[in-house]
Structure formats: structure tokens, C-alpha cells
Design a protein around this ligand. Structure first.
Ligand SMILES: [Zn+2]
Length: 465
């Protein structure tokens, strides 16, 4: 009966219990997208209603309400003791609501809005759990205004290592068809659609299909766009080039939308182009590629967009294609972020949001985007291109890197492996070297520059040595 909780989900619940036990009442619970937050909430609701207490579940969008309700039912939550609904409707009849013991808020980065506050103020004694992947808002005011504790879940990198999320390759546009100067932000902090329309060149349609074909040809892809018109243009471009695609948005009749989703699920439709639809939690299996054609300043949206393709499957590596430079604003989706600091109102959003302080770099050859710490010997880990950055810059970076203490085991393990490879190649001739790692070790042993590795490995791959 119900869902068996994964280790990290159980751990979240244990930590929530500890926080409540130590006297906290309003707790932010951070956990990345696609890690089953609804199941965790359903389990908490079940435990609440099992004791005869009432639970309230607040959601932001109607598209996900039915799905979430089904999960709660599956988990065995007593429906008579559960009030589940959209914030807009709950806030209207808050006066007639029975007092809940626990209030569970989904996508809680929205929870500073008046509609939420009205509900929270109506039930001052309730325990409030604020679930979100991104406990940060684009404005100055942060969630600490309504919370007294924050629990930070496992990081995306950890969850990927444990197989709960798929690894990915991230590619950014060769020629960005966006004039950032023209992007204007609204009072909510994200870009105004009209300004995106002005900033984005129409070349983006054909370029997007080009990128899909070279980086993710044949993969089931979801495309995020900024307007119905752009979505239709893009779907048209895909179809014109023999790739089945359909454009859907919030105004698409439910029947048409369901048919498209079913066709995508059955892999009869390769590409689903959408406008603000597949963001918060809507189920869509088999997504192996995400294409972003919508610039955003919202970290929440960026994470929801880019991580849509990270449901794992054995052997899968997802592909994220960023046509609009979102990586320049946020780094990579799995960039480690200091959520505790971000959830504080004093944090300067412009500074702290940006890439979480992590340096990312774009390869000039394959246009992949990688964290600098993942780069070895100035060589692109995605395509082997060298040099990834100008030599002088690289030397400077290396000098800086020395100051970072190698705290994790990974670095030590990598060293052991590289020592072993070094030992293996010590008695080999150049023509006996088999892998790029062996060429790298050989170069180190004989004092050759990384450029030698790149040149020789290229020759080896071409079979000319
Ligand atoms: Zn590359």
C-alpha cells in the first residue's frame, strides 16, 4: 500500500520531526525538482490523519492538483481529514475551513504572496511545512519572513551519484539569438514577455532545430518558449524538417493537450513545445532532452525547465540545450547553492543567485557548458577540445585552484587512479597508448604540454599513429 519512501525522503521526514521537536513551527523543506516531494508530503499527511488530526495541502497550479490528490489517496491519507486545493480557492473560503494541525505548501517559493499569508494567519497554531526546490525569490524579501527553520535536502550531484537523477550534458547556443540589453524585468523579477519578444531574433527557430539535430537527434524533447506564437513557429520549424512536434500552452483545449501528451508518451511525437505548462510537477515520462528558448531570471523556473529531463533510466544521459543564455545567469542546474543564505531576506539576490559563486565555462568547440572544477588539463570533458581557455587565463585559474583545499574523496581517488595509469604507461611506447588518460599520463611523465595530448589523441583517434 502506498509509496515506499526512498532513503533521502525518509531522511527529510526525520529531519522535519527533529526540527519540530526542537520547537520550530514554520519550516522550509528544500529538495531538488524531480525528487518526489509530493510523496513526502503525502506521507506526512497520512501520519497526521492517522492520528485523527487534520491536514491542509496548498498547491499553486490547477494542472497538478489532481495528480497530487491521487498521490495522497494512494498513500492512504484520510480524505475526510484532508483539505487539498489551489491557493486561490482556499484563501477565499478560509473562514469556513476547519483548523488543520499541519499545513503543507507545495512550490513554497510563492508563499510570500497575500493569498498564502491569509491562510497562514488564519491558523497561527498550525505547523507549516514549506516545500520547494528553490527557497529563493527574485525580489529582496525571502522566505525567512514566514519560516523559522530550513532543512536542505540532498544535492543534485549526490542524488545523481546515487542514481535518483540522470546525468546530463549541457550545451549552450553557438550564436545566442538574444539581445540581453532588451530584456526588461517586471515587478515579480522575471522578464516581461513583450521584452523577450523584442530581444529574441527569429533566427532562433531554425538554430534551435539545428542544435536539436546535432546534440540530441532522435531524443524525446520538451521545448520551453515564451509565447504561443513562438511555440507555434518552433513546432512548425521542427515539422518542416521532418521531426514530429506539437505546440501546447495553458489555453490549449484539454482534449488536444491530452492527445499530444499521450502521443509523446508513446513516442509517436518527438518534440513537445510548450509555454509555461510543464513547469511545476506535471508528469511527463521519457523526456531525455530539454531545450530552453525562454530566457528567465527566475531560478525556480530555470531549475524546473532544465531538470525536466533528469528522470533516470539505466544508461541514460540527458541533454540540456540552452538557446538563450540562462547558464550565464545561473550556472548549471546541479551547481551547489547555499540555500540557507539564499532564503534570508538580507541576501542580495543579484549577487547570490548568480551561479552560486561557481565558475562555469563554455567550450568553444562543442559549446558544452561545464563547471571549471570538472575540467582537467584545460581539456573539455565533453568533447576533448584543447585549450578550453587561453593558456594565460588557465595558469591563473590553476594558481587560484591550489588555494581550494581538496576536501573531497573524489580528488584523492582521481589521484590514485592517475598514479596507476602513470605506472602503466611508464613502460609503454607512444604507439601502445590506448586512452586519452594514458596520453595525459604519458605527457605528465615526460613533461609534455597538454597541447601534445590533444594533438596526439586526435591522431590516435584518426588512426594515424
Ligand atoms: Zn567541448
Amino acid at each position: 500500500m502506498g509509496y515506499q519512501l526512498r532513503g533521502y525522503q525518509q531522511e527529510l521526514i526525520d529531519r522535519i520531526r527533529q526540527s519540530l521537536a526542537s520547537g520550530h513551527r514554520h519550516i522550509i523543506v528544500q529538495s531538488p525538482p524531480r525528487t518526489g516531494k509530493t510523496v513526502v508530503m503525502a506521507e506526512i499527511a497520512r501520519r497526521t490523519t492517522d492520528k485523527g488530526n487534520r491536514a491542509c495541502f496548498i498547491i499553486h497550479r490547477k494542472e497538478v492538483l489532481e495528480q497530487a490528490k491521487a498521490t495522497f489517496q494512494e498513500q492512504g491519507v484520510d480524505p475526510d481529514l484532508l483539505e487539498a486545493g489551489m491557493v486561490q480557492s482556499l484563501t477565499r473560503h478560509v473562514d469556513t475551513m476547519k483548523s488543520p494541525e499541519v499545513i503543507l505548501i507545495d512550490e513554497a517559493h510563492h508563499a510570500l504572496a497575500k493569498s498564502y499569508r491569509r491562510i497562514l494567519e488564519a491558523f497561527p497554531t498550525a505547523y507549516v511545512l514549506l516545500f520547494t526546490a528553490t527557497p529563493v525569490r527574485t525580489g529582496r524579501n525571502q522566505l525567512d519572513e514566514i519560516a523559522d527553520d530550513i532543512i536542505v535536502g540532498k544535492s543534485i550531484k549526490e542524488l545523481t551519484e546515487q542514481g535518483f537523477l540522470a546525468p546530463f550534458k549541457y550545451y549552450a547556443a553557438k550564436d545566442k539569438d538574444v539581445d540581453d540589453q532588451k530584456l526588461r524585468r517586471s515587478s515579480t523579477g522575471d522578464y516581461v514577455t513583450a521584452s523577450i519578444e523584442e530581444a529574441v531574433s527569429h533566427k532562433i527557430y531554425s538554430h534551435t532545430v539545428d542544435e536539436y539535430l546535432t546534440k540530441a537527434g532522435g531524443k524525446q524533447a520538451v521545448v520551453y518558449t515564451y509565447s504561443v506564437e513562438a511555440a507555434n513557429h518552433l513546432a512548425g520549424e521542427f515539422n518542416a524538417r521532418g521531426i514530429t512536434a506539437e505546440a501546447i500552452d495553458a489555453t490549449t483545449p484539454a482534449q488536444v493537450r491530452d492527445t499530444a501528451v499521450l502521443a509523446f508518451r508513446d513516442q509517436k511525437l518527438k518534440v513537445l513545445v510548450n509555454v509555461n505548462l510543464f513547469t511545476e510537477g506535471i508528469d511527463l515520462p521519457n523526456v531525455d532532452c530539454v531545450i530552453m528558448v525562454r530566457p528567465t531570471m527566475s531560478l525556480a523556473l530555470y531549475m524546473q525547465f532544465s531538470m525536466r529531463c533528469l528522470n533516470p533510466r539505466p544508461g541514460k544521459t540527458a541533454v540540456i540545450i540552452d538557446q538563450v543564455g540562462n547558464w550565464e545567469r545561473f550556472g548549471l542546474p546541479n551547481t551547489d547553492r547555499d540555500w540557507k543564505a539564499l532564503a534570508k531576506s538580507k541576501a542580495s539576490p543579484a549577487k547570490s543567485l548568480k551561479r552560486g559563486g561557481v565558475q562555469v565555462i563554455q567550450c568553444p568547440d562543442c559549446f558544452g557548458v561545464v563547471e571549471k572544477s570538472e575540467v582537467e588539463d584545460n581539456t573539455c570533458p565533453l568533447c576533448g577540445y584543447y585549450p578550453l581557455v587561453r593558456k594565460r587565463d588557465y595558469e591563473e585559474q590553476k594558481a587560484q585552484l591550489v588555494e581550494i583545499k581538496p576536501s573531497d574523496q573524489v580528488k584523492r581517488i582521481k589521484k590514485i587512479i592517475s598514479d596507476q595509469v602513470m605506472l602503466n604507461v611508464s613502460t609503454k611506447r607512444i604507439d601502445q597508448l590506448q586512452s586519452r588518460q594514458e596520453f595525459q599520463a604519458y605527457a605528465k611523465l615526460h613533461g609534455y604540454k597538454p597541447g601534445w595530448v590533444w594533438y596526439m589523441w586526435d591522431k590516435k583517434r584518426k588512426g594515424t599513429i
